[in-house]
Write a protein that binds this ligand. Sequence first.
Ligand SMILES: [Zn+2]
Length: 439
Amino acid sequence: MNKKTIWIVIVLSLILSIIVAVSAPLSQGVTSRKQAQIAAVDDTWRASLPRDPMAATEAYMARISPEAKTRSDAYFEGKYWLQLIDLFVSIAAAVIVLRSKVLARVRDRLSKKWRFQWMIDSVTAMVCTFVMSVITLPLTVYEGFYREHLYGLSNMQALDWFKENMLMVCISTVSIGISIGMIYIALRLTRRHWWLWGAGISISLLGVFMFLAPNYIDPLFNTYQPITDVRIKDPVLAMMRANGVPVNNVYQFDASKQTDRASANVSGIFGSAAVRMNDNLLQRSSVSEIKAVLGHELGHYVMNHVYKIWMEIGIVLVLGFAFVKRLLEWSLDKWGFSLGLRSYADIAALPLLSIWFSVFMFISTPISNTLIRTQETEADIFGINASAEPLGFAEEMLKLTAYRKSDPGDVEEWLFFDHPSPRKRIYSAMRWRAEQLKP
Ligand SMILES: [Zn+2]
């Protein structure tokens, strides 16, 4: 592969990205949003809801129109294949970067100028991250923009989407670059156990990002404002206090500029806590629905889920580094010399490391999904006990079927779902209602 090839690939990727973006069916998003996804109901319907959990669940499920079900099933199932396509495209991008030897050239050029290996590694890693992001950009545009519009889930114009995506690429390029630089210090200094050190540093950095993101990264994309409406604020704060979370403000953020999805979170470290909900949730939900959602988020906070998932993902990362170590050393023996790579600690071999890491992450998806899904089930149980709003909870779960398959099989759920299926969540709320509420 000659020197110019990488530039040709980059230019072609950018052109293809623009073609995908401008051909996105923007208007369809608008019409599909106007189509009723779920039949609206009133208090009479809720009052006549059977007490039997199964029959009540069926009554909720029957409100999803067949067209809406077909649409959201197709949207969700398409993602199963996209995971595989993502893997192949990221491998292809890594192979192109490796064969172009662009990183080896960057490494050699920087080595002449700088003494600090850490700086050379970090900047080379930044080049690698940026180039790979550009090569995979057409697929990112398809998944994040075209497809979201196709299914009527995005509210963004192409230019705004590109601006946001570029900001995200810049943040990840710099943060991944610096992180990789630190991981490679360990790779160079330690020999047989470099993978353990690599895992340890990765886990520490993951923690930093997990805890910093809500306060320092999220505000770069959205504006947060205190909610002053006491009809919402007061019952939410009362529920928080009743569960030992002493907050005095509830915030909303303008997610509707990006998406149609509702979301919320309760987050904070070292005993601090903040309650945030997006404007989609606020505008389209009753107070009992908002309480049900925030009860779930409160569950994540009170049960220290963020710390637990950090440790659990940490164990997965250790296994990942063990896997990567074996395959990286094997592939370096095979192709290292012809690709101009010196050792596993050579930053120019980063794309090779990223290939094996992507393969591992793909294989371990059902494990990480199950770890997250288990926490989500716990938060559901906590939330319904805290809010005592089974009807509000079921209503919100029904709304999720706009973009989540409503009723998957058990194996399908285990493999692909990072939340329990909407049907199971509605059933658990209806069971709680039947057993905990007086008729
Ligand atoms: Zn959750």
